[in-house]
Design a protein around this ligand. Structure first.
Ligand SMILES: *Cc1c(COP(=O)(O)O)cnc(C)c1O
Length: 455
């Protein structure tokens, strides 16, 4: 709780740190939560208060906050070779090994990887690759990017333009040529009497229509998260990716899977595209890639885009793009260990083992008369609050219902994040059944408390 003395951590946080994506009235009232360390899926604040982090940091701390072999991998690499770039034909041995590993665990039998410091930059990089290809292949007009409303792809000027959220209007975004299709959320967007299959067919038809209107040769690519994350944890309707990919293939438009959240286990498979049974033309990875222990993103190109990008680069003798820390050796060493820990040390198995319990917990909460929908896949889920369940009418915006739920959870020692009118659960992959019970118990207590205030 807020400590108002001038030298408190809360006051010092306010004084000199700018909060991003933060409800400022809440923080003004309650103070920032200043954290010092973590243990398993728990974090501790400067007052010694323990919180179960139901969001694994920001989806990414999937191995928990004190995984010994990840910290070891970083320390060992800092001792051996603490930093290098990947320009001018040089790169670290760790970078070479990580690329081999990423292609090995990808859906591709061959491919190439490009590194960034974040998921946003990985999406930016992919867009620049597609624009570069347009120019190199004699189609300079092929620049438009298709994404979906509520899709989240990051915050740089390009990836924010891809993100289908109204808050980007304050920046004068999206840039021209970024087109947002209907959010594939059957519960919200499906029409009365429309079956899920008919909804999917309508979305594929919409895509056909947009391609016809814009011209197929003006469209550089279609980007989608297998399960939308920051858009509110929205799994696709039945058959969605098959229907969309059929249209895209017909027009020669690449499908890029933004696997920043889904990749490396979140949906119970290595990739979300495995869960939904499609093979994209490229994969965007970040977050779980290093289990959150190092900032890193990656673009993983499938065979076709690899060959085309190689040809285009050969023609001008370089691919003029890269970040100072692209392929950072410590990041690559951490990622190699994180992939090993997730895939071979039982983490992904635990996601699968816990999923039925997680789904049962969500289903139980869905019985609450003020929960309109509980949804999810694997270990990502959300419960959405409604004033009226039958009409799906939300609570009035000024009530900030999801903020209140999240704040009340914090009071009970549970960290979870508000998102629109929903709160999100995306626990660490190391979670135990007892910790999952604790998570659902605390959330249920908070939901009852907040809904009682509005009754
Ligand atoms: C978080 C996220 C990003 C952006 O990653 P940053 O590292 O925050 O730049 C992009 N796409 C998806 C799906 C994400 O969840």
């Amino acid at each position: 709780m807020r400590d108002d003395s001038p030298n408190s951590w809360e006051a010092r946080a306010d004084a000199h740190s700018f909060y991003g994506f933060t409800d400022l009235p809440s923080v003004a009232e309650r103070g920032a939560v200043v954290l010092t360390h973590g243990q398993g899926p728990y974090v501790f604040d400067v007052h010694g208060t323990q919180y179960l982090d139901a969001n694994s940091g920001l989806w990414n701390m999937v191995a928990g906050f004190d995984h010994p072999s990840l910290a070891e991998a970083a320390k060992a690499q800092y001792d051996r070779f603490p930093g290098y770039h990947a320009f001018f034909g040089r790169m670290s041995d760790q970078t070479v090994m990580l690329s081999e590993k990423l292609v090995e665990v990808s859906p591709y039998n061959r491919g190439k990887v490009f590194y960034t410091n974040s998921g946003s930059e990985a999406n930016d990089t992919m867009v620049k690759m597609l624009w570069f290809l347009g120019g190199a292949e004699g189609k300079p007009q092929r620049r438009k990017i298709l994404t979906r409303k509520n899709g989240y792809h990051g915050v740089t000027a390009v990836s924010a333009s891809m993100t289908g959220k109204p808050y980007n209007e304050v920046f004068g975004l999206p840039l021209d040529g970024f087109i947002h299709l209907t959010c594939p959320h059957y519960w919200r967007e499906g029409r009365d009497d429309e079956s899920e299959a008919a909804f999917t067919a309508r979305l594929a038809q919409e895509l056909e229509g947009v391609i016809a209107r814009e011209g197929a040769d003006t469209i550089a690519g279609f980007f989608a998260e297998p399960v939308m994350g920051a858009g509110g944890v929205i799994p696709p309707p039945e058959g969605y990716f098959q229907a969309m990919q059929a249209v895209l293939k017909k027009h020669g438009i690449p499908l890029i899977s933004d696997e920043v959240i889904c990749g490396f286990g979140r949906t119970g498979d290595t990739w979300g595209c495995d869960t939904y049974d499609f093979v994209p033309d490229a994969i965007i990875s970040s977050k779980n890639l290093t289990a959150g222990y190092f900032p890193m993103g990656a673009v993983i190109l499938g065979p076709d885009l690899t060959d085309r990008l190689q040809t285009a680069s050969d023609a001008i003798e370089e691919f003029p793009h890269g970040f100072t820390a692209s392929g950072h050796p410590v990041g690559c060493a951490v990622a190699l260990k994180a992939i090993d820990v997730i895939m071979n040390e039982g983490l992904i198995d635990n996601v699968r083992a816990l999923t039925p319990k997680f789904e049962a917990g969500l289903a139980y909460l869905a019985d609450n008369p003020n929960i309109g929908e509980a949804r999810g896949k694997g270990l990502m889920g959300a419960v959405e609050a409604v004033r009226d369940k039958d009409t799906k009418t939300p609570f009035e915006g000024h009530l900030s219902v999801s903020e209140r739920i999240a704040n009340t959870c914090t009071d009970h020692g549970l960290i979870c994040r508000p998102l629109g009118q929903a709160v999100v659960l995306c626990p660490a992959f190391i979670m135990t059944e007892a910790q999952m019970d604790e998570m659902f118990d605390k959330l249920e207590t908070a939901l009852k408390q907040v809904f009682a205030e509005f009754a």
